[in-house]
Design a protein around this ligand. Structure first.
Ligand SMILES: NC(=O)c1ccc[n+]([C@@H]2O[C@H](COP(=O)([O-])OP(=O)(O)OC[C@H]3O[C@@H](n4cnc5c(N)ncnc54)[C@H](O)[C@@H]3O)[C@@H](O)[C@H]2O)c1
Length: 355
């Protein structure tokens, strides 16, 4: 079991029971609630059920579509019906949707009640559950309403990810890869040599990816500066993700970030001299683990429009977080739309499928 202290709580990496059992003894709560979706109720709840026998289980539908104010009302209602008070405890057992929305509901109910995050997807284990950002989508804007608030603890058990489909596993892996590229070059090299997808569930890799995020958010909890480096691959990636969301073949978040990474590192090669040989290695990694998706010409306008709304932008200029080389990130790089267009063309040209 690895234990990483962060702010006033701890992240436990290892078998969930080993961490949860002592916590259930230590924490003095009045009533206990566990938030699940239909997949985590089936695959994950049985692993902790004996430790939370007295809990009221709150169920929501799976997926991003559920991350909205109506589902929050359902959760708040269940808390009221279960006589929750400020000493109640909520355990959020699920992926990033459960963690973000359960944390948001806990953080706002009676001005805030304690909660524990038990992330059950790779993406939520190495990214969403660390850093205190909570929220829901509103009017099709992701994470539009939310707050910063820390849990009592985060319990990361990679074994939960064994029931995830490969696509979800690969989607989460890109955040580990990104954390390595940003701040743990040895981890980045180890991932380049990965031979099977399940190797990524190594506690060491997950722990090292979390350690990078922890270090960054500890230095900049409210994203005033340094934390922006975590947006590497996400500026273009978010544009691509949003565009495909409205098509009949939406991409998973990590799949869009993988595309964003190639485009943005091409931009970095032009603007900051990011080594072309590293870019080639990263392209090989992305081709090995992610579907090859061409960006059609008609998508370019929509992608740039979405990027124009990016929260990092200032004075109508596109701001990117880029790399000069692995381990050397730069924030607030101003990039003109023409270079973004060139990056999309570059991305399409390196594919082995036709555009
Ligand atoms: N707060 C943050 O800092 C932060 C950072 C990154 C992403 N996010 C948010 O995280 C969300 C995405 O998270 P996600 O990718 O985990 O999506 P998700 O929560 O929708 O989970 C993906 C799917 O996997 C299922 N699932 C969860 N655990 C499972 C398991 N162990 N076995 C089988 N199926 C399982 C879920 O039911 C769902 O269908 C987005 O809403 C995003 O905005 C937040």
């Amino acid at each position: 079991m690895q234990i990483l202290p962060i702010a006033e709580y701890t992240i436990h990496i290892g078998p969930v029971g080993e961490a949860l059992a002592p916590l259930m003894q230590q924490l003095r709560y009045s009533t206990l609630f566990v938030l699940v979706d239909e997949h985590t109720e089936l695959h994950c709840l049985p692993r902790i059920r004996s430790l939370v026998e007295d809990a009221v289980v709150i169920r929501i539908p799976a997926g991003e579509e559920a991350k909205n104010i109506q589902e929050c009302q359902h959760i708040w209602q269940q808390l009221l019906d279960g006589h929750a008070d400020r000493k109640s405890l909520i355990i959020n057992l699920g992926g990033g949707v459960i963690g973000d929305m359960g944390g948001f509901c806990a953080g706002t109910f009676k001005r805030g009640i304690p909660f524990i995050q038990i992330p059950t997807t790779l993406l939520s284990q190495v990214d969403a559950s660390v850093g205190g950002k909570l929220g829901i989508d509103f009017k099709h804007i992701k994470n539009c309403i939310g707050l910063f608030r820390n849990p009592q603890a985060v319990l990361v058990d990679p074994q939960f990810c064994l029931t995830l489909p490969d696509r979800q596993l690969a989607s989460g892996m890109i955040e580990i890869f990104k954390h390595g590229l940003l701040h743990d070059v040895d981890l980045y090299h180890k991932l380049l040599a990965l031979e099977s997808l399940t190797e990524i569930l190594d506690e060491e890799y997950i722990g090292r990816a979390i350690a990078v995020k922890r270090e960054v958010v500890e230095q900049d909890p409210y994203e005033a500066g340094l934390r922006k480096i975590l947006n590497l691959g996400h500026t273009l990636g978010h544009g691509v993700e949003s565009y495909f969301l409205d098509t009949d073949h939406p991409l998973l978040h990590g799949e869009a970030v993988a595309i964003g990474l190639i485009g943005e590192l091409y931009i970095a090669s032009k603007r900051l001299g990011f080594p072309v040989e590293e870019l080639t290695r990263i392209e090989r990694f992305v081709k090995r683990w992610y579907p090859e998706i061409a960006i059609p010409d008609e998508a370019r306008g929509a992608i740039l429009e979405i990027m124009a709304q990016d929260k990092k932008n200032e004075r109508n200029q596109l701001h990117f977080s880029l790399l000069k080389k692995p381990g050397e990130p730069y924030i607030d790089c101003i990039i003109e739309p023409e270079l973004v267009q060139e990056a999309i063309t570059y991305y399409n040209n390196q594919l082995s499928v036709p555009v």
